[in-house]
Each structure stands twice: as C-alpha cells, then as structure tokens.
Design a protein around this ligand. Structure first.
Ligand code: HEM
Length: 411
C-alpha cells in the first residue's frame, strides 16, 4: 500500500536508500529534502553506494559533463559492473546506454534512423487500430486491470513489429521480456539472473539465426546486416542491443500510459479539461512525464577524477545518479512544481533524460501514449477506478515510478 500518512521530513532515515519501501512511498518528500538540504548526497541503491543529484541544473550539467562516464571500468580500472555477473546478465548490462563516445555513437547510429518521427509515421494507424481492438475486448469485461488489458499489449506489439519478431516467436518473446520485468523485483532476482535470463539470451540468439535465413524490412534484419559486414557490430553487441531496445521500449511505455491514467484520475479537474480540449493531449503527456514519469533516474555516471560540487567532493570512481524525478519538481525551473497542470508551458522536463543518452524512443513513446490516452478517454467517458485510491500499489523498484495493477471500470 502507499503509506497513508505522508512522511515528515524530520523522520527521514539516513543514509537514504532508493530501494527502500519508505523511499518508494514518499519519494517526492525525499526529493524536496534532497534539493534543499543535500543537493549532492551520498546514499544507497540497495547495497551500492552512490551520490544523488536532485537539482535540475546539476542533473543537466552532470549528464553533459565528460568527467562522468558510463563505463565503470574507465573510471575505476575495475570491472564494468560493481560485482561479477553471469555472462547472460552481463550481456544485458553492456549495451550502448552504458557506453561512452565514440563507442556509444557507433552503436546508436546503427538504430537511430528507425526511431525518427518520420520513420515511425506509418505506425500511427497501426497503433490506432490496436488500441480500438484492445478496448473492444476490455469493454466486454467488468472491472479490468488496465495494465494487462491495455497499457502492456500496446508497446509489446509495437516493439514486436518494429523489431520484426514473428508471430510464432511471440509467446517466447513475451516470456523473455517477462523475465526481464520480474528481474526487477527483489524476490525473483536470483532466479531471474541465473535461470530465466540465460533462456532469454538463448532465445534471442535463436531468433537472430532464424532472421538470418529470412531477412525483412525491420530493425533486427538491419542490425544483423551490420553485424555481418563485420567491424560495425559484434554478435554480443547485437544481442545486447536487442535486449536494450526491448527493455527500454516496453516497460517504460507500459508505465507511462498507466501513470498517465492514474494521474488524470487523481486530478479530475485536469481530466475534465483534457476531455473538453483534446488538443491539449501533447502537453498533457509532457506534464505526466514531468510530474509522474516512469523513469526517475538515469544509469549511474562514474567520476574519472575528483569532482567538487556544492562543497562535496565526489571521489574518482564513485557512482553518481541524477534523480530525474527530483529535478522535474525543482521550483527554480518549474513554477508551482507540485501542481499537475496539463497546460504547463514551457515544460523542459527530464523525463527522457538528457545529453548523449537522451531517450532514443521518445518520439515513439509520445505517439503510443498520446493515441492510447485519446482513444481510452473518448471511448470511456465514465472511466473510474475500480478500487479505493489508497489500494493502488506503487512497486518498490529503484528509479521507477510504477503501479502493480490498475483496476478500472470502463464505460
Ligand atoms: C515511454 C516512455 C519512455 C521513457 C520515460 C524513457 C526514458 C528514457 C530515459 C530517461 C533514458 C535515458 C537513460 C540514461 O541516460 O541512463 C532513455 C534512454 C533510452 N531509451 Fe527510452 N524511454 C521511454 C521509451 C522508450 C522507447 C519506446 C524506446 C524504444 C524502443 C526507448 C529506447 C531507449 C534507448 C535505446 C535508450 C538509450 C539511449 C542511449 O544510450 O543513447 N525508450 N529512455
């Protein structure tokens, strides 16, 4: 359950741990305290120590500062990860999101073209149809979990089609992605790391083998061709890239759509305004990304030298995490940041990150969420929660803001 009584600032326990239940239930109270009292704070992410940055300007600067690198080995002289992992998991942890230039650019260039708004235009009609089909089914039920019935199948189908996963591969594809999702919850971490992810890697390698025999006009084919031409992409990099695209493009979108619906239901006057002025949809999606975005922080950057900020010296090799969710409520940048305002303009939120790792899929995520919300609101003028608001459970997964279920009544 979400804590019913908001945490008092004086009761904040130190060191702050992003993986704790108290933090999850009160993250915006913690963020306000961090911004004001400790803009560079040495805290914990589970058992790992890291410096948290919570002010907007500090996050933006850090994400563009070459003194912070993604590849841990460059900064520490040790391994890429703080602890050894099985090869299957290590492959997933080695994608371009944890690379620096020039490696990062080499990899990003291979997929960038497929994600421009122009390249994605043809998907608009497909997403329209898909959302209507899903609503046709959901409307026949009583209360539905909107995540399972709607928010989840949209990005799964879109990623499947973009990547060029065949219908026969789809059940295994979904099982593999589920392994990634489950891996985020603590209880199944061990099983996931040592069992499910190995199967997921085997499956991706089999999928690549089948695609080599049946090339089509899709991202997977293009990546395989780049790999076959040598030099540009190794087979391990190919596997890592596929995982990154699946993972980055699927969970995030599920929870952006879900958070959008929750946030609008929590703010009925904003929902009414959006219904009355559907042309506000684009700015409403931006405000949801700012106010309740699914991704609350980036991957850590590692200091390659001692860096002093606000009087705190971050030692060479230390991990630094810009807390995007905290930056997005910085009162020096956003007027009345605790107010959810779908007409907010300008709205330079950091919900998609910043710098060279700025979200590759932002145009796609915006399109999916816009269409999903538009059709849901149009077809469901009486959309409402099917449970008490307090029963909505925020999952304790560091650097995310996501709900476990979203039971609603359509109609
Ligand atoms: C729906 C909401 C989404 C949100 C809130 C989101 C958020 C983000 C954020 C914050 C980053 C930066 C992470 C960092 O610096 O460590 C990022 C990177 C990335 N996102 Fe998204 N994302 C979303 C959807 C997507 C989609 C649909 C795709 C495409 C399939 C995608 C692909 C990526 C990739 C590949 C990166 C890494 C880019 C790089 O390292 O250069 N994302 N995303």
């Amino acid at each position: 359950m979400i804590a019913s009584k908001p945490l008092e600032r004086d009761h904040i326990k130190h060191p702050i741990n992003l993986a704790s239940k108290t933090f999850t239930a009160n993250k915006y109270v913690y963020y306000a305290w961090l911004r004001e009292e400790a803009p560079v704070y040495k805290g914990k992410l589970s058992i790992i120590s890291a410096y948290f940055l919570s002010r907007y300007d500090d996050c933006v600067h850090m994400l563009k500062d070459p003194r912070f690198v993604r590849n841990r080995a460059t900064a520490t002289g040790g391994g890429r990860l703080p602890f050894p992992l099985p090869k299957s998991v290590a492959l997933m942890a080695q994608s371009m999101i944890v690379e620096d230039e020039p490696e990062h650019r080499r990899l990003r260039t291979l997929v960038h073209q497929a994600f421009t708004p122009r390249a994605l235009a043809h998907l608009e009609e497909r997403i329209e149809r898909l959302t209507h089909d899903l609503l046709d089914t959901a409307e026949r039920q009583g209360p539905v979990d909107l995540i399972q019935a709607y928010a989840l199948p949209i990005p799964v189908t879109v990623i499947k089609e973009l990547m060029g996963v065949s219908d026969e591969d789809m059940p295994k594809f979904r099982t593999s992605i589920r392994a990634l999702t489950d891996g985020l919850t603590r209880w199944s971490l061990f099983r996931t790391m040592f069992w499910d992810l190995r199967h997921a890697v085997t499956f991706v390698r089999e999928m690549i083998a089948r695609k080599r025999l049946d090339p089509r006009d899709d991202i997977l084919t293009r990546l395989i061709q780049a790999e076959e031409q040598g030099e540009r992409l190794s087979e391990d990099e190919l596997v890592s890239m596929i995982f990154l695209l699946i993972f980055a493009g699927y969970e995030t979108t599920v929870h952006l759509i879900t958070n959008a619906v929750v946030t609008l239901l929590q703010h009925p006057e904003q929902l009414a305004q959006l219904r009355a002025q559907p042309e506000l949809m684009t700015s409403a999606v931006e405000e949801i990304l700012r106010y309740n975005g699914p991704v609350q922080g980036t991957k850590p950057g590692y200091a390659i030298e001692n860096v002093t900020l606000h009087g705190v010296t971050i030692r060479k090799g230390s991990a630094v995490m810009p807390l995007l969710g905290a930056a997005n409520r910085d009162e020096t940048v956003f007027a009345d940041p605790e107010i959810f305002d779908i007409t907010r303009s300008p709205n330079k939120h950091l919900g998609f990150g910043q710098g060279i790792h700025y979200c590759l899929g932002a145009p796609l995520a915006r399109m999916e969420t816009r269409i999903a919300l538009k059709n849901l609101l149009e077809r469901s003028p009486n959309l409402r929660l099917a449970v008490e608001p307090m029963a909505l459970k925020v999952q304790t997964i560091p650097l995310w803001h996501r709900y476990e279920r979203l039971p609603v009544m359509l109609g």
